[in-house]
Design a protein around this ligand. Structure first.
Ligand code: BES
Ligand code: ZN
Ligand code: ZN
Length: 518
């Protein structure tokens, strides 16, 4: 989909479809909806006056109504998309509404469309003005770019053709505003494309996307974007004494892949890095299929375990955007990829393995494999000089039980690092809920015979046990752990997305990285 932004009155733009956003400004809990269009174009407002004053359109988030041959407009159709209540309006609703507009158009054969940039007419001070132009523009572009994807790669008969061009029509205004809109537009495109890349990896079946293939795709992205990339396998894991990662990998006929992607900020290329400059380590769980291993999962729903590499995909996607956005901070992306299989060579409950850090791990359950590969990934990141760590993993069913599918889990051993992520979440619109990992929980991973064990001694608080395990390997390095098990796959269709891979965490990780850029 080609996208561009132009600055003119939306009424005069010739297009098969013009979308405009509407918000409910009714005040009070039980008040009737009072719909206002977010445009300063009088012609657009007039064209929509009838439907807006009727009871047919409530303006709820993603709600759509279309008018053909709208009076006084050059557009053939006017699509009005709801943003929900003005009082709770955030850039997230803009992202969803832009997505809903695209997903209305795509199956109806619309190939060219336009979206009117949301402009404040009726709301003034309180609402849109709190949402900076750059972020509005970015959210709009992200929403549209994300919504355009359908996961029909393996369908022989692809019914829907892509939208060819989308034009964002922003008002002519002061140069500073148009610059902000353009910046948000450009950034939104980069970020959403990175998220779509992550989603496309997550969508791949386990027979296609083996660890080796995941390494290949990461390397191809890095080559295209000018990032340094190394892809290692068994021999290197043995050299590095990655006993935990190797234990998981050895049950499969597919060799593991350890991918190291490095972004050096321009200023640092060729120059010695500034002393004390942070180096960020992004570590992703890349289990391309999780059968559970010898502690075999039940058959029901096992096919979903192809998305057990969503954490790795998030890091690869984030690295792609980082290469384009060029923050002034060094970032190392590490993917720990293996297939978790039961076989004659598989690791077993009761085994004791030694991780790269030297810690010994008693295996209680081979299905707790994600923390095994990540433990070596986190330790390795520190040996590469990372001063701050973040990992993302579809780590525990317990996290899904705790938080459902709306919020992912976040854990941290450092409040400042967490605060930066929290700030990033406000921009990305993604939802993570902090859970504890204080030393009070340490007993949950205490082993009788080794330093630690790979599952909790109690069945309660499983997401925390997993985080406590990882914390043993982050040690004193400021670290964030994202448990995305419940949010990596959209199980429901929404007006702005189909069922399928969500690409969760990509946007927040990118934004978190940018908080370290001067
Ligand atoms: N990949 C799973 C976690 C998962 C569950 C991801 C649901 C996506 C959706 C992970 O490797 C796993 O199996 N974890 C076990 C840990 C247990 C054995 C301590 C779990 O959550 O049951
Ligand atoms: Zn597992
Ligand atoms: Zn897993």
């Amino acid at each position: 989909m080609d996208m561009k932004v132009i600055f003119q009155d939306a009424a005069g733009f010739q297009t098969p479809l013009l979308a405009v956003f509407a918000v409910d400004i009714a005040i009070g809990k039980d008040a009737d909806p009072l719909i206002a269009l977010l445009t300063t174009s009088d012609a657009v407002t007039n064209a929509a006056a009838g439907i807006i004053s009727s009871d047919e359109f409530k303006g709820s988030v993603g709600e759509q109504v279309v008018l053909h041959d709208p009076n006084g407009l050059k557009a053939q159709r006017l699509l009005i998309v709801g943003l929900g209540k003005a009082k709770t309006l955030s850039v997230d609703e803009i992202r969803k509404a832009a997505g809903a507009a695209v997903r209305w158009a795509k199956p109806r054969g619309v190939r060219q469309m336009a979206i009117a940039f949301p402009e404040d007419h009726a709301l003034s001070d309180e609402h849109l003005e709190n949402l900076p132009c750059t972020l509005l523009s970015r959210a709009l572009v992200e929403g549209a770019t994300l919504a355009e994807r359908d996961w029909d790669t393996y369908k022989s008969d692809k019914k829907e053709r892509p939208i060819e061009t989308l034009t964002v029509i922003a008002p002519e205004g002061e140069e500073s505003t148009t610059r902000e809109i353009q910046t948000g537009f450009d950034e939104g495109r980069i970020i959403a494309e990175a998220q779509n890349f992550a989603r496309s990896l997550v969508n791949e079946p386990g027979n296609v996307l083996t660890p080796t293939e995941l390494g290949r795709r990461a390397a191809a992205m890095c080559a295209e974007k000018g990032l340094k990339c190394e892809v290692y396998s068994t021999a290197k894991l043995e050299d590095l004494k990655m006993g935990a990662f190797l234990a998981v990998a050895k049950g499969s006929a597919q060799p593991p892949a350890l991918v190291v992607m490095t972004y050096e900020p321009n200023a640092e290329k060729g120059k010695p890095a500034q002393k004390d400059a942070p180096v960020l380590g992004l570590v992703g769980k890349g289990i391309t299929f999780d059968t559970g291993g010898i502690s075999l999962k039940s058959a029901e729903g096992m096919e979903k375990m192809k998305y057990d590499m969503a954490g790795a995909a998030a890091m690869i996607g984030a690295m792609q955007a980082i290469a384009d956005l060029k923050p002034s901070v060094k970032v190392i992306g590490i993917v720990c990829s293996a297939e978790n299989m039961p076989s004659g060579t598989a690791y077993k409950p009761g085994d004791v393995v030694t991780a790269m850090s030297g810690k010994t791990i008693e295996i209680l359950n081979t299905d707790a494999e994600g923390r095994m590969v990540l433990s070596d990934g986190l330790h390795y990141a520190k040996t590469l000089g990372c001063t701050h760590l973040i990992d993302a993993a579809t780590l525990t069913g317990a996290c899904v039980v705790a938080l459902g599918m709306i919020n992912a889990g976040i854990f941290s051993n450092d409040d400042d690092t967490y605060e930066r992520f929290s700030q990033a979440m406000r921009v990305s619109g993604e939802k993570f809920w902090r859970l504890p990992c204080t030393d009070d929980y340490k007993d949950q991973i205490k082993s009788q015979i080794a330093d630690i064990m790979n599952t909790g001694g109690s069945r309660w608080g499983g997401a925390i046990s997993a985080a406590m395990f990882l914390k043993e390997f982050a040690e004193d390095t400021p670290w964030i752990h994202l448990d995305i098990a419940g949010c990596a796959w959209n199980e429901e269709v929404k007006p702005w997305h189909p069922k399928g891979p969500s690409g969760v965490a990509v946007r927040s990780i990118i934004e978190w990285v940018r908080t370290y850029s001067s």
